[in-house]
Design a protein around this ligand. Structure first.
Ligand SMILES: *Cc1c(COP(=O)(O)O)cnc(C)c1O
Length: 377
């Protein structure tokens, strides 16, 4: 059997170890230290839009803190894109709040502004105006932020951008995570860069970053003894993980370039295949890091479905994955409100993510191309 080709696997620069060694040399083996501050500075330099960033233990933790800072409490409603990974919605449940899921549109596969509008009208008429809106930039593709922000503004609801998959993507020349009131990033092992596990909260105001750091380090009040007036969390990033992140930030631009090259490779591969379409930037307003290349298969035209292709790839030891199963279809969230039609459901049924790692070799791409050509013919 040939080596496994992964959907998206960690891709080190080689310099990570330098930062880890310095952590050991200086004995900063703790959830604070120079690498944590250094990674925050690197990210701030990259995003460069007057943002304030807190490095945290995961993207999920960042979302949890963002919701707390938006004032979400037990029984509140929070809007969330349905087509996403469960980590977008779980923190709503941690707070005892109620997710309200919104369908996708077909241009970006992200939150449909019309369905959002309908939901807010409806919730407003029930006196249940949501406390926050979580919009996701799926697979790196920015959502329709202008439309979404305009609707949110009418009801004065803060927007949290789940940019876990979209570091380096931009909408109208603004990086995702810096457009809404808060943004969250993830550095899990499969993301565009990794810290082995980690995340960050991107804030507009320094007070918000300071609050995130305070909450993420057990909410210790100023005192020589341990004094607490708020519930705290253990969510700060480790100085070792942050060292990996610093080495990864050195090559972030290369990683984005490589992912976009992968996307071009697939565009070429499918250019004359009827019934297969890629998730594409709708126009010049959108710049995607193309974290994962995703396709939609119309079985009536191709004669095969996403499971046929996925199984075939797997038989050649090539990993691919169905598009996220929408949250409103998940048993854990089955009783939650949902606004929309069947767009997200259809994308789940017909969509597949193809191997997209920045470390795919020419040889890997040839293997993928041969296998896919086999089913196309
Ligand atoms: C990965 C991911 C997260 C969670 O990030 P972690 O760092 O794994 O906690 C949240 N939302 C989306 C859309 C993701 O893909």
């Amino acid at each position: 059997m040939k080596d496994k080709i992964w959907l998206s696997s960690p891709h080190m620069s080689g310099n990570e170890i330098k930062y880890i060694n310095s952590a050991f040399e200086e004995n900063w083996v703790a959830p604070l230290g120079p690498n944590v501050n250094g990674l925050e500075d690197d990210l701030t330099q990259f995003l460069g839009q007057n943002v304030h960033i807190a490095a945290l233990s995961s993207g999920t933790a960042a979302l949890h803190l963002a919701l707390i800072q938006c004032g979400v409490k037990r029984g509140d409603f929070v809007i969330c894109q349905s087509l996403t990974f469960s980590a977008s919605a779980n923190p709503i449940a941690y707070l005892g709040a109620q997710p309200v899921f919104i369908d996708s549109e077909l241009d970006t596969w992200n939150m449909c502004p019309e369905a959002l509008n309908k939901a807010l009208k409806d919730l407003n008429s029930l006196n249940n105006v949501p406390k926050a809106i979580i919009v996701v930039h799926l697979y790196g593709m920015p959502a329709k932020m202008d439309e979404i922000m305009k609707i949110a503004k009418e009801y004065d609801i803060p927007i949290i951008e789940d940019a876990a998959e979209s570091l380096g993507s931009s909408y109208k020349k603004r990086y995702t995570s810096t457009i809404g009131d808060f943004g969250i990033l993830s550095f899990n092992g499969n993301k565009i860069i990794t810290t082995s596990g980690g995340g960050a909260l991107v804030c507009k105001r320094k007070e918000d970053k300071d609050m995130a750091v305070f909450l993420s380090t057990q909410a210790r009040d100023e005192a020589p003894h341990y004094q607490h007036s708020k519930v705290g969390y253990n969510y700060r990033m480790s100085n070792i993980s942050a060292g990996i992140g610093r080495g990864q930030m050195e090559v972030l631009k290369d990683r984005i370039f490589a992912r976009r090259e992968n996307n071009l490779f697939y565009k070429n591969l499918f250019k004359s295949s009827n019934g297969i379409s890629l998730l594409c930037e709708p126009n010049e307003d959108y710049f995607s890091n193309h974290w994962l290349t995703a396709i939609k298969i119309d079985e009536n035209i191709t004669g095969f479905n996403r499971e046929d292709l996925r199984s075939l790839l797997l038989s050649f030891n090539i990993e691919s994955r169905p598009i996220w199963k929408p949250m409103h279809m998940q048993p854990v969230f089955i009783d939650c409100k949902y606004y929309g039609n069947d767009t997200a459901e259809k994308l789940f049924k017909n969509g597949l993510c193809l191997p997209s790692g920045s470390n795919l070799s020419e040889n890997d791409k040839n293997r993928i191309a041969e296998t896919i050509k086999f089913i196309l013919n």
